[in-house]
Design a binder for this molecule. Structure first.
Ligand SMILES: Cc1cc2nc3c(=O)[nH]c(=O)nc-3n(C[C@H](O)[C@H](O)[C@H](O)COP(=O)(O)OP(=O)(O)OC[C@H]3O[C@@H](n4cnc5c(N)ncnc54)[C@H](O)[C@@H]3O)c2cc1C
Length: 250
């Protein structure tokens, strides 16, 4: 599914309005929003893409920020976002404070952080809200067996604490339904009772891809984590850059 999107110029971009249907806490700092685009029967996008949300500040200056679509395409005009409050950040806090029923303006979908064809065994690597586009990709992949059969998929998801393993139930359900999906939650500050992986995601990625020269990697999150994983795969393990697809949030 390599998408060659034409990015229209700012003047040509169609601006949509979407209403917040649900706003749910995933953790103290993180919200899950479900939105419905007005005046559309279906909102078309490729799993992993983002929308650009526009909102003026009280001084009138317009701010635009990118947010990954956290769901797979549906047969209606709804989509999800997974949002983290950034200290002193304007748009992230504005979005996290929205009440159900409020509206946002956006253009999109945009972006090339999408599944590559032909599909290969793949490792998905995310920290924090970097899980957003990967949640959309994984739901799409595992919605139909013909999309994922014959391949193995790993999700290495890193966060500090167990309570911020966003969408854990959903990923555990995919594991139960699909022997070819492997969920590797990784905590950097796990408590004594945490029996799973600890430390940096790249340490576990290294084990998963050891000896493999035919896999794809999808990486999303803040630049430090993305760069550390790209360095491991490219410089240490000698992967071709085409096998590494990534999105940096900062
Ligand atoms: C393609 C793309 C997709 C994105 N998808 C998501 C998403 O799904 N969910 C999500 O929560 N965010 C996502 N982001 C980040 C988002 O676009 C904003 O950068 C973020 O919400 C901060 O915006 P702000 O207006 O609140 O803060 P700003 O006013 O822009 O920044 C305030 C301060 O925080 C720093 N900062 C900027 N971004 C971040 C960040 N992400 N984390 C920590 N510090 C930061 C800045 O350097 C600045 O010092 C995405 C970014 C990109 C480029």
């Amino acid at each position: 599914m390599s998408t060659q999107l034409q990015q229209p110029s700012a003047v040509e971009r169609q601006l949509y309005t979407a209403q917040v249907l649900r706003s749910i806490f995933l953790s103290e700092q993180t919200k899950h929003l479900k939105l419905a685009v007005e005046d559309l029967d279906e909102f078309h996008f490729t799993p992993g893409q983002f929308v650009s949300i526009k909102q003026p500040k009280p001084d009138g200056k317009e701010h635009t920020r990118a947010y990954s679509i956290a769901s797979a395409p549906r047969t209606n005009a709804t989509f999800d976002l997974c949002l983290n409050r950034v200290d002193s950040g304007f748009l992230s806090n504005w979005l996290c404070d929205l009440e159900e029923g409020a509206t946002v303006k956006f253009h999109g979908p945009h972006g090339l952080f999408t599944l590559r064809e032909p599909h290969k065994d793949a490792v998905f690597i995310a920290t924090g809200t970097g899980i957003a586009p990967i949640r959309g990709m994984l739901h799409w992949l595992f919605e139909r067996q013909e999309r994922n059969r014959d391949h193995q998929y790993w999700l290495v998801f890193g966060t500090r604490y167990e309570h911020s393993l966003y969408y854990r139930d959903e990923f555990e359900q995919i594991v139960r339904d699909n022997p070819n999906f492997h969920y590797v939650p990784t905590l950097s500050r796990g408590g004594d009772r945490w029996a799973g992986c600890r430390g940096y995601v790249q340490d576990h990625v290294r084990e998963i891809v050891a000896g493999r020269s035919d896999m794809q990697a999808y990486i999303c999150g803040l630049h430090q984590m993305v760069d550390a994983n790209r360095k491991l795969l490219k410089e240490v393990l000698g992967w071709d850059r085409k096998r590494i697809v990534f999105e940096r949030y900062d």
